[in-house]
Design a protein around this ligand. Sequence first.
Ligand SMILES: NC(=O)c1ccc[n+]([C@@H]2O[C@H](COP(=O)([O-])OP(=O)(O)OC[C@H]3O[C@@H](n4cnc5c(N)ncnc54)[C@H](OP(=O)(O)O)[C@@H]3O)[C@@H](O)[C@H]2O)c1
Length: 346
Amino acid sequence: MREVRLVLVGLGNLGQRFCELLPQKAALLADRYALRLVVAGAADSRGAAYAPDDGLDPALIALIKRRKGTVASYPRLGRPGWRAHDLVGRADAQVLLEASPVNLSAGAEPGITCIRTALRRGMHVVTPNKGPIVTAFDELHELAQMSGVRLRFDGTVAGGLPALSVGTRDLRGAMIERIEAVPNLSSGLVADGLASGETWDEAMAAARAAGTLEGDGAWDLDGWDAAAKLVIIANAVLEYPASMGDVSRRGLRSVDGAELRSAADAGCAYRLLATAVRQADGTYTLAVSPVALPQSHLLGRMGPYGMGVVYHTDIYGAIALTIEERDPTPSAATMLRDVLGIFAPS
Ligand SMILES: NC(=O)c1ccc[n+]([C@@H]2O[C@H](COP(=O)([O-])OP(=O)(O)OC[C@H]3O[C@@H](n4cnc5c(N)ncnc54)[C@H](OP(=O)(O)O)[C@@H]3O)[C@@H](O)[C@H]2O)c1
């Protein structure tokens, strides 16, 4: 049995659910992969807990967090004075799982510092956090390569959908002519609410109640989130060095309720569509804009909780992947998928 020691940074929707998945999956991981995953340390915004020997109990971490507590209050092993990067810098562990907020406007902290620290220490890194990947794609990959470790981030694009795994692994040998993606869930929920006659306030309140829409909604509704995901797809799948400034962006709020309702009457659903189109000179044009998708479109039959991607290729045809994600468990599970990709590759 191989033991793999993990450090978790960020114990919100995803970190908590990952802690719940570990005991559920322990027997399967042992039987199928001869793997035992041990939580050596965990951190939230108020402190950390660290177990140098046997590990922390993930079910207890999840319980503490469900009760809105801090992991720094973990019995005996809580370290209230430690910040996340203190834990990452000191822990005896092989993998950092980084699931703190994106924070692009604050330099992608604390994720980026934790990830740099882990990679420099020779730890593998798994993260669903777009911030550091969008901000420092090349730098972090170079650091990983220098340290001989892996950097995996399948959860950064379209929740639990294996859009990056398929794009990087299964399209080898192909030229990708075009990508179409609906990578943001909240904007689809709001669009469907508006199409059914809700006001903007009602549709946004419903998406907020579903736990998908954050803050004032600008990140999701104005296309920033979809643009960040497109940048990651471009870099990782197309090997095209794009940044946020390369994406032309128009948000859902540029469409009025009447347009959304008449599209719905015609059997179409508005979604923020992220596209990458290959040009004759080999560059890609990247855009995010609201599009009324007909049912005949490969992404046109998704419900309000759907996300998806279509890869249009020269030799494999058009490959479409979709997911229905009603709660963040599939997104949390991408961290397990990435860990298994490192320690139990097929
Ligand atoms: N939710 C989804 O469906 C989803 C899907 C795919 C990707 N993601 C990405 O995954 C990441 C986590 O998402 P989430 O929904 O789990 O976020 P969340 O619910 O807001 O949780 C964020 C966690 O990070 C912690 N945190 C905040 N600042 C910190 C700091 N300075 N040091 C250490 N920990 C800090 C918070 O601590 P406290 O508990 O003390 O507040 C909380 O535990 C984000 O980058 C998000 O974009 C989310």
